[in-house]
Every structure is written in C-alpha cells, then in structure tokens.
Design a protein around this ligand. Structure first.
Ligand SMILES: Cc1cc2nc3c(=O)[nH]c(=O)nc-3n(C[C@H](O)[C@H](O)[C@H](O)COP(=O)(O)OP(=O)(O)OC[C@H]3O[C@@H](n4cnc5c(N)ncnc54)[C@H](O)[C@@H]3O)c2cc1C
Length: 596
C-alpha cells in the first residue's frame, strides 16, 4: 500500500476553482467568517492528521481488530491515543453548532476532511463520523436541556455517539422494531430491547457513549408511525454534568466480519435503560433521518475515500512493476521489461479510477454546498431549493459513490495482479473494507428505490427538473468550439435521462413494480450523467486556466485528458443502462417464484 498523501491540490481545485465555495460562504451569515485562507489551513492540517496520525494505524488495526471481553470492547493498539490527539484538534465537532462548542465549519469543507479520513483508515473514521451524525440529530431535535448536557462533550470527542436502529428481525423494515420505551414519572423512559450491528456501540475510546435508540411506546401505532427516538447514555450524567452510575446498557458481543475489523460492530442490550425522548413522540424516524442523511453522504464518501487510496496505491505500483514490453516498442530498453503503466489495459484501470474519483470529489463538494445552502442561505426560497436537491441527490451520492468505490478498489487490486490478492500490499484490505458501504445506512438497492420512488416519481419529477435545469443552464452557456467535445455527449446523456425519467413516471402509474425494476440502473444512469456534468465544468475551468497562462499547465492538461477519457470511454455506459431501464419489469416477474 502506498503511503497516503491527501490530494490537496485536487481538493483545492474543486473547492476554490470549480465551485468557488468561498464566494458562497461570504453570502451566508453563519459562514461569512470562513475564507479561503482559513479553509486552506484546515485542509492542510487535515491532510497531516490523516496521513501521519491515522493512516499508520490502518494495517495494524485490521490485523488486530476490535476485541470483546466480558462486555468490554478494546480497540486495536494505538487507536485510543490517536483518537485523543484527533479529538483535541476539534475534528469531531468540525461542522457542529458553535453555541455548544462546535466549530461551525461548512459541510463543503468537512466532506474534504471526511474523504481524507476514509482514505486513511475506514475503521477509525467510523467512530468520529458517527458521533458527528448523532450530534446533528440531537442539535436538530433534542430539548435545550439535552443539547446543553450532551453536545459540548460530544463535539469535543470526550463522549462518543452511536445509532441504534437495527434489530435481529428488523433491518430495512424499521416499522417492525420491538424495542420498547415505557414512560416514567420523572419524564424519562425505560428502554428495553436488543439492537444488533451497532457500529461503535461499545469501545474504549471515550468515557461515555450516547446511544440514539429507536423504540416504540407500549401504545404506539403499528408500523413506522409508532417509532420514537431516545437518547440513552451508557453512563448516566448527573445534573452538574459529571458522570454518574452506569446505565442498564451492555454489549453482548461483537461481530466477526469481512472488513472494517477495527470498527466494533456490537450487539447492544438495553434492559430498562434510562432514556430521554428526542423530538416528538412517534416522529422518531423523521428525527433519525436528520442523522441518516448526513451519514448517507458520509458513507458515500467512504466509497470515495477508498477510491482515492486505491488510485494512489495502484498508480505507484504501476510505475514500479516491470512486466512485458509496450506494444509500440520498449520504453525502458535498459531494463528487463517496461513498467506495466505502458499497457492499455493497465491504463484503462487507472484512468477508470482517476476519472471516477475526481468526478466524485466534485459531486460530493457540489452536494455539500447544497447542504450548506439548505442550512445557511438567507432566503427561504434558496433554502427550499437546496433542500429539494439534497433530497434528490443524497441516495445518489450514497449508492453511486459506494458502488463505484468497490469497482475502483477492485480495479486497483487488479493492477497489482496476484500481489493484489495477498495481504502484504494492503489492496485486499481496501476491497474488504469498502464493501460494507454498499450495505449499511440502507442498502444501495433501497437507496435506488428512494431515488426513483420517493424523490422522482412521488413528486412527478419536480426535484429532477429543478436539478436538470442547472445542468441545462450550464450547457447553454458553453458555446466555445473547444468545449463541444464535452458538451455534445453531455447534452445527449441529459436529454436521454430526461426522457427515461418521464417514461418511468408514466409506466409506474400502470404497474407499481416498474419503480423497483428501474431503480438501480436508473440511479447508475443518473450518476454517470451527473459525473459527465462535473467533468464538463472541470474541463471548462481547466481550459480557462490554460488560456489565462497558468503556471501549472500540466495539472490542467491532465484534467482535460481525463475529461476526454470520461466522455469517450465511461459516459457511454449510460446507453446500456438506459436500455435496461426501458426493458421494464415484465421479464423480472415472468419466472414463477417456485421455478427459481
Ligand atoms: C458492519 C455493519 C455495521 C452496521 N452498523 C449499523 C449501525 O451502526 N446502526 C444500525 O442501526 N445498523 C447498522 N447496521 C445494519 C445495516 O444498516 C443493515 O444491515 C442494513 O440496513 C440492511 O438490513 P438487513 O441486514 O436486515 O437486511 P434486510 O433488510 O433483511 O435486506 C436483505 C436484502 O433485501 C433487500 N430488501 C429488503 N427490503 C426491500 C424492499 N422493500 N425492496 C427491495 N429490496 C429490499 C435489501 O436491499 C437486501 O438486499 C450495520 C450492519 C453492518 C453489517
């Protein structure tokens, strides 16, 4: 595995040149103090912390794993110390509410740090990102009293957070959870039930863990409308803020799993544990969605971070490994063979990873900027527009980044040949670690259903049209002959996606199975088209920089070459996806269930 280096130049290109994020921040009262200099300093520091403190624990963490002993979970050697240093740096509360000790930084900046931490060490990254997500739900929905009691220590990384939804019989379908919450005379609740697969449910990084637990009151309505959200601390907190007695929460065991081995995946037992209601009764799922939407983008970024690491490692290897000769004649005749980067197939794999990772970085920044607009924009209209886009794009970022992320890690592994399959080079760990991102936080199949059903069909394509309106406006502005090679195929892809969307909306009115039949391929066609837009914007900015006589012509020329690769060799994937979506649901249901 190559030594991780944060791709700061590329991040700055996206943040400062492509999207000019600082100009957006300047217009928002809550972010107006964040300027390019401050953002640069934070990125620089994030690059150091992730590369020097966290990445070195990746391999040893995988080999040692988290361990369970009589209810106690121990993280691998070095995690505790590194986490303490990391928390002192204020990283857990980077986007947190300043009223309670958060740093109030924009999401567009935070996604860059998240990419870095996932590139460096997937398991480590999950502990602080889950805590940050829990803080988001508490900040948005809990009472003032709860916020004051819990947020400062959580933002400060003194206490951790966890998200307890899944039960043995209830994963995707949370409406059937059995965990019960019984009201007590003092206004608190007694929470009883078993949750499984809880990331960071128990560990030794923090003195307290604040569980956000979904449960039902005894008389709650059946299904999702009867779910409430409770804050259940591992250790009860006294009125003066000091730690009190242990709550009735215990970790029954941890899972032995394919990857992210240093992240503790816990069975959590709540035996009449004291809990506090967060938000309104029976509206727990909506409150949890605040956290889940944040987590979904974050888990998408797990796919992106792994792609970047895969690229760095595979590129280094492809330059050093010598095998065979270039088809057009020896490039290094003095050596026994040429480096494998001369071979078309190796270049194909590297360029796939590079083109998809850089487009993903741009798209994650774009989506994060919508999250910032949604939170900080001055006009209610702008906030609503951004909210619509966030709703539409969140399932795409989660599922597309992580589906592409696995492919990118496998392509990187393939560049290593047999050495990619053995432990020594670290590439196999990346493949194992990234795989979970397609499954948790709602499987990618469920994300695709969410996109197609709730975000496209349910509103008759309104959010979709608001989004394509932006792409069409951009394309209309690009009249130069140099941009035609990018704009022409993009126009074709966008209009094909528009037609496809109308078709599915129409067909879904006749047959409810059409939504589920179209959803995964539709999400992928959507993702590749959006990446085309990202590449077109990046190409336009690169042409501009070259025309203005930049001092870094190689950087911008590489962007244009990669854009060309994307449009010629990746975007055409939308053609086959479109045909698959058009085929509809009939052949999925022709086979009788007994005949499988
Ligand atoms: C390592 C790890 C960490 C996790 N961390 C957490 C955590 O911190 N907190 C937490 O609460 N949970 C956590 N989970 C649980 C995770 O979110 C669930 O496993 C996931 O949401 C899927 O639920 P399930 O496993 O019960 O699968 P099921 O819901 O049984 O789904 C099985 C299959 O059926 C499909 N399916 C189900 N329903 C539908 C439908 N209506 N339409 C189409 N397809 C459908 C699914 O897409 C999937 O392919 C974690 C899981 C793992 C493995």
């Amino acid at each position: 595995m190559a030594e991780y280096k944060a791709p700061l130049r590329d991040i700055r290109f996206v943040l400062n040149e492509v999207f000019e994020a600082d100009k957006q921040w300047a217009t928002m009262p809550g972010l107006s103090e964040v300027d390019r200099e401050m953002a640069d300093a934070i990125l620089e520091e994030a690059g150091k912390v992730t590369a020097n403190l966290i990445a070195p624990l990746n391999r040893s963490g995988d080999e040692e794993g988290a361990t369970w002993n009589e209810g106690q979970v121990t993280t691998p050697e070095g995690f505790k110390e590194a986490f303490a240093t990391f928390a002192e740096g204020g990283w857990v509360g980077l986007t947190g509410n300043p009223e309670f000790g958060g740093m109030g930084m924009p999401k567009a900046l935070a996604v860059q740090y998240e990419e870095m931490i996932y590139s460096a060490n997937n398991s480590f990254a999950l502990y602080p990102t889950l805590t940050a997500g829990a803080c988001l739900a508490i900040n948005a929905h809990a009472s003032e009293e709860l916020k004051q009691a819990y947020l400062p220590n959580m933002y400060g990384g003194v206490w951790a957070g966890s998200m307890c939804l899944t039960e043995p019989h209830s994963g995707t379908d949370l409406g059937i959870i059995r965990t019960k919450a019984e009201p007590q005379a003092d206004g608190s609740y007694n929470v009883t039930g078993t949750k499984i697969f809880i990331t960071g449910g128990e560990h030794d990084l923090n003195e307290n863990i604040i569980h956000l637990v979904l449960a039902k009151l005894p008389d709650a309505p059946a299904g999702p409308r009867g779910i409430s959200l409770f804050l259940v601390p591992k250790v009860l907190v006294n009125e003066d803020g000091s730690l009190g007695e242990a709550n009735s929460v215990s970790c029954g065991s941890i899972e032995h799993k394919m990857g992210i081995k240093a992240s503790a995946t816990c069975v959590m037992n709540f035996d009449g544990a004291k809990g506090y209601l967060v938000g309104e009764l029976n509206k727990g799922l909506a409150a949890m969605f605040t956290m889940m939407n944040y987590e979904r983008l974050s888990i998408g970024i797990q796919g992106l971070g792994c792609s970047e690491m895969s690229y760095q490692s595979a590129l280094e290897y492809a330059r050093e490994r010598i095998q065979g000769r270039a088809a057009t004649g020896a490039v290094q005749p003095e050596k026994a063979a040429d480096p494998i980067i001369v071979h078309p197939d190796v270049r194909r794999m590297l360029l796939n990873i590079k083109a998809l990772t850089e487009a993903g970085r741009a798209f994650s920044t774009y989506t994060a900027m919508q999250l910032d607009q949604m939170k900080y924009a001055e006009s209610a209209e702008k906030r609503q527009q951004a909210e619509n886009l966030v709703a539409l794009l969140t399932p795409v970022t989660k599922a597309f980044f992580t589906d592409i992320g696995l492919n990118n890690c496998i392509d990187g592994q393939q560049v290593f040949g047999g050495h990619g399959y053995i432990r020594e080079w670290g590439q196999e760990q990346l493949v194992r670690d990234v795989r979970i991102a397609q499954i948790y936080e709602g499987t990618n199949g469920i994300q695709a259903l969410d996109l197609m059903g709730r975000k496209v069909v349910a509103n008759g394509g309104q959010f979709f049209r608001e989004f394509t309106g932006q792409m069409n406006a951009f394309m209309a502005e690009q009249e130069s002959a140099e941009m035609a090679e990018f704009i022409e195929p993009l126009k074709a892809a966008v209009s094909s996606l528009e037609e496809l969307t109308e078709l599915v909306i129409e067909k879904s009115g006749q047959n409810p199975n059409e939504v589920g039949a179209a959803s995964v391929e539709y999400l992928h066609a959507f993702g590749y088209t959006v990446y085309g837009w990202m590449w077109a914007i990046m190409a336009a900015k690169s042409q501009q920089a070259l025309a203005e006589g930049t001092t870094e012509p190689e950087f911008y020329a590489a962007k244009l070459s990669t854009a060309r690769y994307y449009f010629q060799r990746i975007l055409p994937r939308t053609l086959s996806l479109t045909e698959t979506v058009k085929a509809g649901s009939d052949s999925l249901f022709e086979l009788d269930a007994d005949h499988f």
